[in-house]
Design a protein around this ligand. Sequence first.
Ligand SMILES: [Zn+2]
Length: 305
Amino acid sequence: MREIQLPRRALLLSSVGLAAGALAGCAASPEVDLDVAPTPTFGPGPGATPEVDATPPLEPEPEPLVPEAPVLPDVEAVIAAHEGRTPQHWGVDIPGVVRTGVDAGSADPGRVFLTLDACGGPGGSGFDERLIAGLQAAAVPATLFLNLRWIEANPGLAAMLAADPLFELGNHGSAHVPLSVIGQQAYGIPGTASVRDAAMEVWANHVALTELTGVRPRWFRPGTAHLDDVGLSIAEALGERVLGFSVNGDGGATFSAATVAAEVGVAGPGAVVIGHMNQPGSGTADGVLAAVGALRARGLEFGLL
Ligand SMILES: [Zn+2]
């Protein structure tokens, strides 16, 4: 597969430190390069007449300290490889959807994995500050699934979340529609209707998130969580596994706080809990934060997939 480089803008975003937290684990980060840069004491000073056998071997000048942009897959090649395929499965839990820490191959699969969607669009671009601040105060990690429309409505918040190593940013699609190649609907929302449209539903936000964080997103969750198997294969070919859930924590941000606390509170080891971080008027913040305390009291801890 051919590979392409991320546009120059990504380099600029990375170099101004927007993604400092996310870059901390990146082997190509400037911090790592600085550690191995030759020091001024390496080699003879001006006018020195060193012993012949004390002269260190000549080494090439170090490269300038510019962060390396992630190499992106070739979306056109992915589209070409999927054209003509007929979907066999449709829904929220088709083969290949990851629903537990064991499915994910997590290094610590017995934790509870909290995932929070930010769906964007009309009525969907809010920010539940109490929920996110509460998770930060309690040091609860979470995977935050940001839709491209939410990122575009909240660029400062998106940068703040990207810079916090407590959170991993996942891809919640570009237009927040079901990931279909034949226009399948969910909740009356028509899905993408071709291989190209499905690929672009993943791809546009894949590029945006890579620019935002400096690393490529690893997880995809379609708008409405519905997809077909060709869409799943497209997402995986673009480098994103599809994350479902095993515990529906807030019923699409419709549950009361007491119901959210009860639903999230039943999570066991390895559960993937879904909730929403874009509806500050919902019961999600109070319910999730109450459940965090209850789960910890049962000896459970939270982790990233
Ligand atoms: Zn959503």
